[in-house]
Design a protein around this ligand. Structure first.
Ligand code: PHE
Length: 369
């Protein structure tokens, strides 16, 4: 009897001492496995006289049941402990910043694109698009540049061959667009006034030096309604340029110019300070040409199916790449399209900084970069 009590104490201490499922299993085998303590004792019962055998048998059975209950209990404790440890070690904090650190960069042209869309979007402009391969009607004729108009020569146009066997053909009906202005016509063809769109996209001219590449980017703007005047044009572009350069004030001036599709036409300059090593926008007395603009020519409205006696409007076009060079101090346009990862790392932007008028445009202090 005493022995049984002692044995119970000893074995239950073993169960409680097991620190994990594996050692608990070892303890279980040592108790009631084939060669376990209790199993051995039960085997030994046969040698006892009947009375004792019954008595001892009962005790051993009770003991075995008690120990099994304890084993069961300990097992579920240990299982819970292991599960909690696993949950703690596999815990992921989804609010942490991404790791490894973001490697990709947004190209300055994409960034400027985003910024310009954010600014004009805030002013209520829609984004319109047109094809890169244009017919000569949309690229030239509809924009008041009839065949043989000298302005067609100004554009260093890439003509596409109608016939695959000929590689250059001045009379071909297709070009890769020399500017985004054909989107003005495509918009008028599909939309009744009031119209208020910008059209960003790729444009092409056969030209190559530090400030010209054969493919570049423009943004076109077009506003048409009944009472649109040059004052609207000036106010709109002034607000845009201030927002774009993230400055409260910039000196601007409009110079008379010529575009076949606007009348009158102007170019907008912004005040800056130019030294050999520095270009400071909004300071000094130098002027920098920034965009072309004007009141939409009546012939262009007609070509777009809009009555020029009822409606008028303004248009502007600006070079995105040039804006990127100015805003972010990038000296050579050709490097934009070399796909050099080191360049992109230096001049690129982190993808998680989305441009917006409320959250910040460039997110890096604009010109302070
Ligand atoms: N399309 C002109 C260019 O590429 C720019 C422009 C657009 C000028 C709209 C006036 C109005 O040079």
């Amino acid at each position: 009897m005493e022995n049984i009590e002692k044995l119970k104490e000893e074995l239950s201490a073993g169960i409680l001492a097991a620190g994990d499922i594996k050692s608990l299993e070892e303890v279980r085998v040592a108790i009631s496995g084939k060669k376990g303590k209790i199993t051995e004792l039960m085997k030994g019962l046969g040698a006892l006289p009947l009375e004792e055998k019954i008595e001892m048998g009962k005790k051993l059975n009770f003991l075995k049941n008690d120990l099994e209950k304890m084993l069961e209990q300990r097992k579920s404790e240990l299982e819970e402990k292991e599960l909690n440890a696993k949950l703690a070690s596999e815990y992921i904090d989804v609010t942490q910043p991404v790791r490894p650190e973001v490697q990709g960069r947004i190209h300055p042209v994409s960034k400027i694109y985003e910024e310009v869309v954010a600014i004009f979007g805030e002013m209520g402009f829609d984004v319109a698009e047109g094809p890169d391969i244009e017919d000569q009607f949309h690229n030239f004729s509809a924009l008041n540049m009839p065949e043989n108009h000298p302005a067609r020569q100004m554009h260093d146009t890439f003509y596409l061959a109608d016939d695959a066997n000929k590689d250059f053909d001045m009379d071909s009906s297709y070009v890769i667009r020399t500017h985004t202005s054909p989107v003005q016509i495509r918009t008028m063809e599909n939309k009744r006034p009031p119209i208020r769109i910008i059209a960003p996209g790729r444009t092409y001219r056969s030209d190559y030096d530090a400030t010209h590449t054969p493919m570049f980017h423009q943004i076109e703007g077009l506003v048409i309604d009944k009472n649109i005047t040059m004052a609207h044009l000036k106010g709109c572009l002034y607000d845009f340029i201030k927002a774009f350069f993230e400055l409260d004030e910039i000196p601007v001036r409009y110079r008379p110019s010529y575009f076949p599709f606007t009348e009158p036409s102007a170019e907008m300059d912004i005040g800056c300070l130019k030294t050999k090593t520095e270009l400071k926008i909004g300071a000094g007395t130098d002027w920098l040409e920034i965009l072309g603009c004007g009141m939409v020519h009546p012939n262009v409205l007609k070509a777009g199916g809009i009555n020029p006696d009822e409606y008028q409007g303004f248009a502007f076009g600006l070079g995105l790449d040039r804006l990127a060079m100015l805003k972010y101090g990038i000296p050579d346009l050709r490097t934009f399209f070399e796909s050099d990862v080191r360049w992109l790392k230096h001049y690129g932007f982190t993808p998680l900084d989305i441009s917006s008028m409320t959250g910040g445009l460039s997110n890096n202090g604009g010109l302070a970069r």
